[in-house]
Design a binder for this molecule. Sequence first.
Ligand SMILES: NC(=O)C1=CN([C@@H]2O[C@H](COP(=O)(O)OP(=O)(O)OC[C@H]3O[C@@H](n4cnc5c(N)ncnc54)[C@H](O)[C@@H]3O)[C@@H](O)[C@H]2O)C=CC1
Ligand SMILES: C[N+](C)(C)CC(=O)CC(=O)[O-]
Length: 491
Amino acid sequence: MTKIAAVIGGGVIGGGWAARFALNGWNVQVFDPDPQAERKIGEVMANARRSMPGLTDVALPDEGKISFHDSISDAVQDTSWIQESVPERLEIKHTTFGAIQQACDPDAVIGSSTSGFKPSELQDGMARPDQIMVAHPFNPVYLLPLVELVPGNGIDGPLVDKAKETLTSIGMYPLHLKKEIDAHVADRFLEAVWREALWLVKDGVATTEEIDNAIRYGFGIRWAQMGLFETYRVAGGEAGMKHFMAQFGPALKWPWTKLMDVPEFNDDLVDLIAGQSDEQSGAYGIRDLERIRDNNLVSMMRALKQQDWGAGRLMKQHEATLRVGTVLDARADDIADASQPVLTVRRAVPLDWTDYNGHMTEAKYLQAFADATDRFMELIGCDADYIASGGSYFTAETHIRHVDEVHAGALIEIRTRVLMGAGKKMHLWHEMYEGDRLLATGEHFLLHVSLQTRKPSNPSPEIEAALVRFAQGHASLPMPEGVGRFVGAPR
Ligand SMILES: NC(=O)C1=CN([C@@H]2O[C@H](COP(=O)(O)OP(=O)(O)OC[C@H]3O[C@@H](n4cnc5c(N)ncnc54)[C@H](O)[C@@H]3O)[C@@H](O)[C@H]2O)C=CC1
Ligand SMILES: C[N+](C)(C)CC(=O)CC(=O)[O-]
């Protein structure tokens, strides 16, 4: 049954939540008094559709429906998750929670996107205080996995477990804070940095652009992959963290920073910062900047996934859950009918697979077909354990035909057919589709090898039997157009 979430307040953050839930297959019911809310969420959805599905190498569930409602009581009907994302004003949050609790299921989680309020402040005076918890996300909510989950001091139990389970199921990382504090963890940190940056601009030490450069050319990249403490451990060299602290601890007292002072937040400071920011980034519209940001984030997170590290490892774990119970997780014996081509890839085209022509770049067709071959190998039993035991397949020849264009975010499928499979030889034919539109074909000839001798060798009897079963099953299919084609003048 499709799960339903409510999003109350559909601005920058509510729109991001709507996209995160909908692209993970949830229906989303939105309430926002702004007549422009539907248009704004539509624009967020367009960016999210282009970027988020390509984070994983397996397709997300079918997109859920987003509907717009005239009242909070309508929007929260039948929902198991309600995300409040109204402006950061305690009185507005209280009125909103009151209306939500009058109409919602008492077992639904009510998450608040608040950047700074403690859960006890949000819960104060509410009918069922424990139902409300901070679920503080990071912009863009549809790409960044972190959500600070603060249920309130000492509060734990089934609703908190349900909250963690739900957030994990939509690809997020719930950081469960056991102690409430103004602005949770990450925003305290960000505010400290922001305050310091405001001083640097106000004192004329650096412009907004120079400060951004200090971050993005150096420690910002480091933080994205190791955070603060692990980075400093490495900076301590062989002697590690203790040496690092001995060396830089005293600087805290000199002090280098002005963290406890707040620069006077007057018009002069606002004009100074806003003016420098216009000079730095005014050439781009906000949607352009969002797209640039999304391209960068997706590329960085996919690189981390390749390294199985940090946010990338989290994505990998989420991806594994998307395969479970699908044909992409099956073994040959699970497939009762071996007479049809097998689905070997079902994924979205990621942003970093596109090129200057605005479509999927040629190298990535080979990547997609290589993934299809790897998956077919796994299906017939040539999996990681088998490869570790010393047998594998090497590709000897490849021929790719590019039939039609495909763009970032599009859902592609590859179906694989065995043209010949016997002994050491495996001749595969992959067809790549978007819907029923043929995009490309890949013809690949592989040889089974011994990884010790690096020479052709026979596969295990189980692998050969599975291969032969598909080869025989596919033999009665009509020969696909393009098999054996070559590049050059007709022979
Ligand atoms: N913008 C950011 O970077 C982040 C903001 N947050 C938090 O998310 C919450 C929302 O912030 P933003 O989305 O940035 O603000 P926003 O101003 O973009 O959106 C707020 C939305 O709430 C709607 N709204 C106003 N009164 C309402 C009511 N009574 N009922 C329902 N909707 C109502 C507005 O029409 C608007 O669309 C705040 O608590 C904020 O602290 C959290 C993480 C990051
Ligand atoms: C500036 N902010 C306090 C609203 C930021 C956040 O709450 C989180 C974020 O996305 O940086």
